[in-house]
Design a protein around this ligand. Structure first.
Ligand SMILES: *[C@@H]1O[C@H](CO)[C@@H](O)[C@H](O)[C@H]1NC(C)=O
Ligand SMILES: *[C@@H]1O[C@H](CO)[C@@H](O)[C@H](O)[C@H]1NC(C)=O
Ligand SMILES: *[C@@H]1O[C@H](CO)[C@@H](O)[C@H](O)[C@H]1NC(C)=O
Length: 222
């Protein structure tokens, strides 16, 4: 699941602007912050690993935030804006977990301390999600940088393009297809927020206790 989710996250992360994603995605590059913030990946990696050790649920929580950010109008961190009439106040935010929002904010603060405000929250969100997937046992994959943050939340119309729990399968396939996501991406991204990452050995996983008892390698049938 983690490796399929990684592939889907890569497709999501390329959604710069839903309307013309492939053209805009060409502006991204792996070395975008190499000169201005060489510490970026170390800072994010350290904070993500430390948070994951405390709460493995941060991995699926980050995937969900990335999905809610990228799906409506591309990855622009608009979902993170606070205040009245923002996406965080919209109905679908209810499953965005504070532990993951807080992690993104802590990475942002540390990166800005080290490098100044040169890295967008959109890039930080994608990077944190990649690192969390790696912590969860997924493959390491390179992410391209250079996203710009939105100054205003996505419109309600665009937030409403997020797939609703009531969608049937053909509608879900159409909805994901409209964002260049295929059926395998649909399955991975629908499952990812419920996935139970490999827990660090010394810490019991509350996630595993709640939902993964049948797949746990150490559990006996009960
Ligand atoms: C948000 O809404 C509340 C209640 O309507 C209002 O008092 C407050 O001034 C608003 N804040 C901003 C930043 O617009
Ligand atoms: C989501 O919106 C609800 C309702 O406005 C609010 O109470 C809650 O704090 C928001 N969740 C997050 C994570 O901001
Ligand atoms: C997908 O896009 C088409 C064309 O814009 C639109 O008619 C359709 O409603 C969209 N599907 C979903 C589920 O949003």
């Amino acid at each position: 699941m983690a490796s399929r989710a990684a592939a889907a996250v890569l497709v999501l992360a390329a959604l710069i602007c839903a309307a013309h994603s492939s053209a805009a995605a060409e502006g991204l590059s792996r070395g975008f912050h190499a000169a201005s913030c060489p510490e970026l990946e170390d800072i994010a990696g350290t904070l993500v690993a430390e948070t994951f050790r405390r709460d493995v649920g941060v991995a699926p929580a980050l995937i969900r935030i990335l999905f809610h950010d990228c799906f409506p109008q591309g990855c622009d961190a608009s979902v993170l804006l606070t205040g009245n009439n923002t996406e965080l106040n919209a109905v679908p935010n209810q499953t965005l977990r504070p532990v993951a929002l807080d992690l993104i904010e802590r990475i942002r603060a540390a990166v800005h301390r080290a490098c100044g405000p040169t890295v967008s929250c959109a890039d930080i969100t994608v990077l944190a999600t990649r690192d969390a997937l790696v912590q969860a046992g997924g493959p390491h994959f390179d992410v391209a940088f250079g996203r710009r943050d939105a100054l205003a939340p996505a419109s309600q119309d665009l937030v409403d393009t997020l797939p609703a729990p009531s969608f049937d399968v053909p509608t879900l396939i159409s909805s994901f297809g409209n964002r260049s996501l295929d059926v395998a991406d649909l399955v991975a991204l629908s499952g990812a927020p419920r996935m139970c990452p490999r827990a660090p050995p010394t810490r019991p996983s509350t996630c595993a206790r709640r939902t993964c008892s049948t797949t746990s390698t150490t559990s006996t049938s009960s």
